[in-house]
Design a protein around this ligand. Structure first.
Ligand SMILES: [Zn+2]
Length: 159
């Protein structure tokens, strides 16, 4: 949700070209999601896997690395394409190209695709546990991206 609020700023920043110098997970998020840069997406996946495994080890989780990597990959795929495919994030149904006040049926008015299940991801965990792990991993992406975008927005206002 926070990312949506920032979308306008993000587009502006993207066209300013001044993101190019920055490194780190947040910057990679930016390039992967808003610039569709495939090499950055691969780098981001590697970084996210490392970060997620680190977090889980800190929490004394015994999930195997392979499972954590699968979860990270699922989280990233979801995060990159989480906009509802029916309403394109607008949240309402359209009738003859005109927006109605009926919430979108596919996303139930959230503007987002449904989260993948453990089965969708091919991960051998029960679904409730899988969703918790997935949420932890998505949180890393959300907060890194948000911090990054916020820092940039602040900088671009000063410039
Ligand atoms: Zn929708």
């Amino acid at each position: 949700m926070k990312c949506d609020d920032l979308h306008f700023d993000v587009d502006m920043i993207a066209s300013s070209g001044f993101v190019a110098r920055r490194k780190g997970l947040g910057a990679l998020c930016f390039w992967a999601k808003y610039q569709n840069d495939l090499s950055k997406t691969k780098e981001l996946l590697r970084e996210l896997m490392t970060r997620f495994v680190g977090l889980k080890r800190q929490q004394r989780s015994h999930l195997p690395k392979r499972t954590l990597h699968q979860i990270a990959e699922t989280a990233l795929c979801y995060w990159l394409t989480d906009t509802c495919r029916s309403c394109k994030g607008v949240k309402f149904e359209k009738r003859e190209q005109i927006l109605t006040d009926k919430p979108c049926i596919r996303c139930r008015g959230t503007g987002k695709e449904a989260l993948p299940s453990a089965q969708d991801a091919g991960v051998d965990l029960d679904n409730a546990r899988f969703r918790e792990e997935l949420a932890d991993c998505l949180n890393i992406l959300h907060s890194e991206f948000f911090d990054y975008a916020e820092r940039l927005a602040r900088k671009s206002r000063k410039a």
